[in-house]
Design a protein around this ligand. Structure first.
Ligand SMILES: [Zn+2]
Length: 173
């Protein structure tokens, strides 16, 4: 097993600078958008199907309001199974369906835009950020410069990871 060390300060508590909301998809590398390898205490990670803030809202708000992270990254990726499932709309497992409906209703207002999978991935990232900025407390942190929200698109369709910033604080790039 790899040796991972912890300083006494880190044992006493975490103060990560960045929180990341990233898809659970096993093809997506967790620290893709940063330059560093994993070091304990640096990144607060929320992974779920479809890199959604609405299905893990408590964890995301914990990072923002209790850990006071300086940056929140939302990372969508090519060929996302959750986006494909939303487009197909025929999920039979009730619990999965519930999670899908939350994304559909809270993020897409009950109606998916007319897009292919990868376009929907990008739209989903934009809308997740829009959703967060509707919250007054979060918007104020962003306006004061105490929190930066960045959206990323992780594309592996060409055989290697290509990561681009597609949104900063609600501004599409
Ligand atoms: Zn995915």
């Amino acid at each position: 097993m790899r040796e991972i060390s912890y300083s006494p300060e880190l044992i006493a508590g975490q103060q990560p600078r960045i929180a990341v909301v990233i898809c659970s998809d096993s093809r997506v590398c967790e620290y893709c958008e940063t330059d560093f390898e994993f070091h304990p205490g640096e990144i607060f990670v929320v992974r779920n199907a479809g890199n959604s803030v609405v299905t893990c809202e408590g964890s995301v708000r914990y990072a923002i309001f209790h850990l006071h992270v300086k940056e929140l990254h939302i990372i969508g990726h090519s060929d996302c199974g959750m986006m494909k499932a939303l487009l197909a709309g025929n999920e039979s497992d009730e619990t999965i369906k519930k999670e899908m409906d939350k994304i559909l209703n809270k993020i897409f207002d009950g109606k998916l835009p007319n897009k292919d999978v990868d376009e929907l991935v990008i739209e989903n990232v934009h809308r997740q950020i829009e959703y967060l900025l509707k919250d007054e407390k979060i918007r104020k942190l962003v306006e004061k410069g105490e929190l930066v929200i960045k959206g990323f698109y992780y594309n592996f369709r060409n055989g290697k990871a290509e990561i681009s910033v597609i949104n900063i604080n609600g501004k599409k790039l």
